[in-house]
Design a protein around this ligand. Structure first.
Ligand code: SF4
Length: 284
């Protein structure tokens, strides 16, 4: 369905006013934790926080890139905060998490792209709860992929996620500063360097991509051994972000799920509200 300026019925959702939502909000705000749920205006925040999950955004909420689908602020970030790993570990403990997804802004200003802060955060959390499982959603570590992966290898195990986000023909509009081949290369290197790692990626639909372009992306990801895939609807997070070109019908997401499974992805989520971290803990 073309974007006519009105949200289709299947994309309307209310924010719950439950005690569990309030508890999640309290823990996160009292510890001064950033989340991508809030920074990206995620439409699932109500559902996820209500069931006591959230995705932590480490290394600040200022990004060195300016992707046009994302509402995270851009500019000069602050140095990594040494107290952040401890605060995230306290959050995981207070929320009694079993599975924690950690992401970050792009930190092209840091020699390691922020990898050390990811590793420190995992180690500190594991120090409090050795059973906690992790999933990382990392930036593309432009210029330092080998060094970043070496650092992360000391904090295994985790699911290694990096999103290609969209089809290559839309990179210059949606992800200026990123490079499709660089993103694929990082996922490929992760698979080679990190023992037994499962890799994961995600794409948004509705930015004007063509079906045959989506199929090529899925094949490219399988070609580098990517295990997990999330496909969701792009929703404009702010009025300055890219417009939605199309609202893809839920049935079409089901078809993409079948196609992705047929191509060999072991774990696939595909629906309008799917985001890379949405129900990430589900084993399937
Ligand atoms: S889908 Fe991910 S980013 Fe969105 S609210 Fe849930 S945990 Fe947060």
């Amino acid at each position: 369905m073309k974007n006519t300026g009105r949200l289709p019925s299947w994309l309307k959702r209310r924010m719950p006013a439950s005690d569990s939502f309030a508890h999640t909000h309290h823990v996160i705000s009292s510890l001064g934790i950033d989340t991508i749920c809030t920074s990206a205006n995620c439409p699932n925040k109500g559902k996820c926080w209500d069931r006591g999950t959230a995705t932590v955004l480490i290394l600040g909420d200022i990004c060195t890139r300016r992707c046009r689908f994302c509402s995270v602020g851009s500019g000069k970030p602050k140095p990594p905060d040494a107290s952040e790993p401890r605060r995230v570990a306290a959050m995981a403990e207070e929320m009694k998490l079993k599975y924690l997804v950690i992401t970050s802004v792009s930190r092209d200003d840091l020699a390691d792209g922020g990898a050390r802060q990811f590793a420190e955060t995992i180690k500190t959390c594991r120090g409090k709860n050795p059973k906690l499982e992790f999933e990382l959603l990392v930036p593309d570590f432009k210029g330092c992929p080998e060094a970043a992966l070496d650092i992360l290898s000391g904090a295994m195990p985790f699911v290694f996620g990096h999103n290609v986000e969209t089809v290559p023909s839309l990179y210059s509009t949606a992800r200026p500063g990123a490079d499709y081949q660089r993103s694929l290369g990082l996922l490929k290197k992760a698979k080679q360097k990190l023992a037994n790692v499962e890799t994961k990626s995600s794409i948004m639909l509705g930015l004007g991509e063509k079906d045959d372009e989506i199929i090529e992306v899925l094949k490219d990801l399988r070609g580098i051994g990517c295990d997990r895939l999330a496909i969701g609807q792009y929703l404009r997070p702010t009025k300055d972000s890219l417009d939605v070109v199309e609202y893809v019908e839920p049935e079409k997401f089901e078809q993409w799920k079948e196609k992705a499974t047929e191509l060999g992805f072991r774990w696939v989520k595909s629906s309008p509200f799917t985001r890379s971290s949405y129900h990430a803990e589900e084993k399937l």
